[in-house]
Design a binder for this molecule. Structure first.
Ligand code: G3P
Ligand code: MG
Length: 233
């Protein structure tokens, strides 16, 4: 079972910051999940549509300027990192799941990935692009069929993982609150690994392992890594 640091090691450092990514890498995670929004012609790594929960600023992310974004404190004196700063920080140390949130045009994201593969130590297969907006994922696959996409859902559809197969997804990402053995079985029948968010507690980690889930997104990667080692003994 793969361990993804959800917004970085977000229980040990402010979420979606370079500090949280560095700690996740030090802990030895298999992957890091981040959330991305566009501001002017730049991409920033931040979860919410609004600034106030995670930064020193206020207002909607999409209403800001790059100059304002650069001045924000995301906690512990950390900046709100750009996607490029994040790519430089992680630099191929693990898989990177980029979740598209405040994005209308996928092309700049694809250009960042191209640049990371060309200029940094990333390989293309280390990227997974996911989104609750399946139209964006469809656009990604049309523009770059070779990029892996993760079909993200916060529900359990009547036809289980069929939507992910329609999108030609690499993986299906589902909320733990909607997960069932039937969903896992259906996804696996379709050849789709199942990644589950957000799995922080020991009992839930054990359930995921028992169900044959392929990966978890966790805010507490150190705990998940210890528990996985326990299962392997
Ligand atoms: O990608 C998994 C998870 O991050 C999706 O939900 O709201 O935490 O971005 P959210
Ligand atoms: Mg996310």
């Amino acid at each position: 079972m793969l361990i993804f640091a959800h917004r970085g090691a977000s229980s040990e450092a402010p979420e979606n910051t370079l500090e949280a990514f560095q700690i996740a890498i030090e802990r030895g995670v298999d992957g890091i999940e981040i959330d991305v929004h566009a501001v002017e012609d730049e991409l920033y790594v931040i979860h919410d549509r609004w600034l106030h929960r995670t930064t020193s600023g206020s207002g909607r992310v999409k209403d800001q300027s790059k100059a304002i974004m650069a001045l924000l404190d995301a906690g512990n004196g950390q900046v709100v990192p750009t996607l490029w700063q994040t790519l430089q920080c992680i630099n191929g140390a693990c898989v990177l799941n980029i979740e598209l949130k405040g994005i209308s045009d996928v092309l700049p994201v694809l250009q960042h990935i191209d640049r990371a593969v060309n200029e940094l130590d990333f390989r293309l297969e280390q990227f997974i692009l996911s989104s609750f907006n399946h139209h964006l994922l469809f656009n990604v696959k049309q523009l770059r069929p070779s990029i892996q996409i993760g079909a993200l859902t916060a529900s359990c559809p009547l036809d289980y993982a069929a939507f992910a197969q329609q999108l030609n997804a690499y993986s299906v990402h589902i909320d733990i609150d909607c997960l069932s053995a039937d969903f896992v079985f259906d996804a696996h029948q379709r050849g789709l690994p199942v990644y589950v968010y957000t799995v922080d507690e020991i009992e839930d980690l054990d359930d995921m392992a028992a169900m044959g889930v392929n990966g978890v997104f966790t805010n507490v990667p150190s705990r998940a890594l210890v528990r996985r080692a326990h299962h392997l003994q």
